[in-house]
Design a protein around this ligand. Structure first.
Ligand code: F6P
Length: 359
């Protein structure tokens, strides 16, 4: 067997642990394991630049490292490959070329580590005859087929520590501090880090917020003598009567979100009369070493993916349905997004603690 492995989409702490587990599990079976650099793009490049033979040595000491030794891309993919024609950037379909290269190098299977975008691409390649097993990756935790994805725990840990640190400075200056965390369409990071970090307001995509109710809540809090406020906002939160906050579009990628904390911080400062500041945690949440929980999960995903290749479970992704790793059809895996259930115990806990959720 010769298996290929790639990483696609935004990076997440734990990717290297998956690569290590895939490599060691493959080598133990006597297989050859090759990494593709930069998603599928490495297959379009000369082998010396685009491919890397994954040996025991290549994956030694990488399980605890953030990022991905293979590199990743989250704009342009084989069906919308970004190129320049007559000096103008445009996208073309290079999937046939990728299929040709896959066969040419004698590969038997591909393990694609990525999020919903990567699985959409994998579904199309599966239909073209490429045997693929997917490994789910998203710090946003928004895939419904799996109870957890690696990277989320690390992101929440980083965000919680940041929120913890904001309390003392906010209190000293009697300020409203608005902190923006990741979460495009789902508020998992905001909800978990916000509750764990004792935020006073949490705004997230699942509850379009009413800014007047937030203003009200903050005024009451100050009036009662608790003269500071921590507001956690997910980047994808939106007002009841408005839209998500974006900072531009780029060819071949999803719209970039951003700017929400600054807008809300400014508005709350004006409306309440209290001083406010805002900050964006951004990619700090995706960088650095994975927590032990993410590391273990990632190693389990990698080893399970190799077992699924062995069993011929192509067109499936590995899903964590405790206590088991199970195959789930790729189409099913991306059909429903996992958002924060409003009747969940964590949301109920937030309400019981008196945290304002913007409604
Ligand atoms: O999907 C993961 C994610 O971290 C989102 O929360 C965020 O909007 C996006 O990736 C940011 O991507 P980029 O690395 O392109 O800034």
């Amino acid at each position: 067997m010769h298996i290929l492995v790639n990483t696609g989409g935004g990076d997440a702490p734990g990717l290297n642990a998956v690569i290590r587990a895939v490599t060691l599990s493959g080598l133990r079976r006597g297989w050859k394991v090759t990494g593709i650099r930069r998603g599928y793009h490495g297959l379009l490049e000369p082998p010396s630049e685009g491919l890397i033979e994954l040996t025991r040595d290549k994956v030694r000491g990488i399980a605890h490292l953030g990022g991905t030794i293979l590199g990743t891309v989250n704009k342009g993919h084989p069906f919308e490959f970004i190129t320049e024609v007559d000096g103008k950037k445009t996208t073309i379909d290079v999937s046939a070329e990728i299929m040709r290269r896959f066969r040419e190098i004698g590969a038997d299977a591909m393990i694609a580590i990525g999020g919903d975008g990567a699985f959409r691409i994998a579904t199309r390649f599966t239909a073209m005859g490429m045997p693929i097993v997917g490994v789910p990756k998203t710090i946003d935790n928004d895939l419904s087929c799996t109870q957890a994805t690696f990277g989320f725990d690390t992101a929440v840990t980083v965000a919680t520590e940041a929120i913890d640190r904001l309390h003392s400075t906010a209190e000293s200056h009697e300020r409203i501090m608005v902190v923006e965390v990741m979460g495009r369409y789902a508020g998992w990071i905001a909800m978990h880090a916000g509750v764990a970090g004792n935020a006073h307001v949490i705004l997230f995509p699942e509850i379009p917020y009413d800014i007047d109710s937030v203003v009200d809540r903050i005024k009451k809090r100050y009036a009662s003598g608790r003269r500071y406020c921590i507001v956690v906002v997910a980047e994808g939160a939106m007002p009841r009567d408005g839209d998500i906050s974006t900072i531009g579009t780029e060819l071949g990628r999803e719209v970039r979100l951003g700017g929400l904390a600054e807008k809300i911080g400014h508005y709350l400062g004006e409306r309440t009369g209290f001083e406010s500041r805002s900050l964006v945690l951004g990619h700090l949440q995706r960088g650095g070493s994975p927590t032990h929980r993410d590391r273990l999960l990632a190693l389990r995903f990698g080893a399970a993916a190799v077992r699924m290749v062995e069993q011929g479970k192509f067109g499936h992704i590995v899903a964590y349905q405790p206590p088991h790793m199970v195959p789930v059809l790729m189409e099913e895996a991306i059909a429903v997004m996992k958002t924060v259930p409003l009747d969940s115990d964590t949301v109920q806990t937030a309400r019981d603690l008196g945290i304002c959720l913007g409604d």
